[in-house]
Design a protein around this ligand. Structure first.
Ligand code: PMP
Length: 360
């Protein structure tokens, strides 16, 4: 039986990447040891670090005036790192609250700066919507403006980029980075925890415009200081070397797949297939406005939630793993990041139709 893992994160990794890591596990780069056992400051790892950064720059077309950091602390590490590193730009941080992860980022930032929330999701005709920028007020004095481009828990994606003028735009892209091409120049800082589209947990990527490196609070811990980490090529302290190595393999895999244009095409096809399967039935329903539906995390409910446990049990027995929605919202969630092949989505749709036939 083929297993498809729909976990929201740590998520499925490309099989080819895991196979490569397997063959290199005991003898990486001819060293006679694994990559986990070599010095991060030695020439072989430094070369891996350089190459992985170059590949990421190539994939996302990152301009030269942006620095790329491989950091500790996952996604949440940036919920405090961003306000600390930008606190000398102003006293106010503005946020769009589009779901659970925005909400968590807001609560953390409130410890350091005065937070203004420009808008929160609305519910119209039983569908959740993210308010358009024309519906909210924007503060040009803010130190920065923060939004989450893909709300992993709520299944919400914002497929437009807020226009923030001279105020640096900060985006939490933990769950949709590398799913499509980006215009990096619209952003001041992009950050992402690794464990969805990048690699294993323990790593986060930060892409920062270099003029934003001079605003850190004096008490910023050095490990989380973007400036300090830039100075040390992300090696102020020992980085999570295995996660970095695996991220490098994922970047190579993405390039071999035809880069982010192709990923976008595949991600559109996969998500459309799954949403049509949900929309074509009275048995399943999705409560996100079509404009805001996530291509990465497809949430859905069974019309009769008493069937939830049976659905999850039988899905699991059919090799379709981790479909349970986040505990905060319940229901189901299928996370279909870059590594999920179309066959996995087809297998899920076919299981859903069979389950409906027997239980409707
Ligand atoms: N932001 C988003 C959008 C996420 O999906 C997550 C994790 N699911 C986080 C932040 C937090 O990441 P971490 O657990 O690595 O701190």
């Amino acid at each position: 039986m083929t297993i498809y893992n729909f976990c929201a994160g740590p998520a499925m990794l490309p099989k080819a990447v895991l196979e490569k890591a397997k063959t290199e596990m005991l003898n990486w780069n001819g060293s006679g040891t694994s990559v986990m056992e070599v010095s991060h400051r030695g020439a072989p790892f430094m070369s891996l670090a350089r190459e992985s950064e170059q590949n990421l720059r190539h994939l996302l077309a990152i301009p030269n005036n942006y620095k790329v950091l491989f950091m500790h602390g996952g996604g949440r590490g940036n919920f405090f790192s961003v306000p600390l590193n930008l606190s000398k730009r102003g006293t106010i941080a503005q946020f769009l609250n589009s779901g659970m992860w925005s909400d968590s980022a807001i609560k953390e930032a409130q410890k350091y700066l005065q937070v203004e929330v420009v808008a929160s999701n609305i519910k119209r005709n039983n569908l959740i919507e993210v308010p358009e920028q024309t519906e909210w007020e924007f503060n040009s004095d803010a130190a920065y403006f923060h939004y989450c481009s893909n709300e992993t828990v709520d299944g919400i994606e914002i497929n437009w980029v807020p226009q923030t003028g001279d105020v640096p735009l900060v985006a939490d892209m933990s769950s949709n980075i590398l799913s499509k091409p980006l215009d990096i120049e619209k952003f001041g800082i992009i950050y992402a925890g690794a464990q969805k589209n990048i690699g294993p947990s323990g790593l986060s990527i930060v892409i920062i415009r270099d003029d934003l490196l001079d605003f850190q609070d004096d008490k910023t811990p050095s490990v989380f200081s973007f400036k300090e980490q830039v100075k040390h090529d992300s090696m102020y302290n020992t980085p999570p070397t295995f996660s970095w190595y695996l991220a490098g393999l994922v970047f190579e895999w993405l390039i071999a797949q035809g880069g982010l244009e192709n990923m976008e095409k595949l991600n559109k096809q996969k998500s459309q297939h799954l949403y049509s399967c949900i929309d074509g039935s009275q048995f399943y329903k999705n409560n996100v406005h079509p404009n805001n539906r996530s291509r990465m995390n497809v949430t859905f409910d069974l019309a009769d939630e008493r069937l939830n446990d049976a659905f999850l049990k039988q899905a699991n027995e059919s090799g379709l793993l981790a479909l349970k929605g986040h505990r905060a919202v319940g229901g189901m969630r299928a996370s279909i990041y870059n590594a999920m092949p179309m066959e996995g989505v087809e297998a899920l749709c076919s299981f859903m139709r069979d389950f409906e036939r027997v239980n409707a």
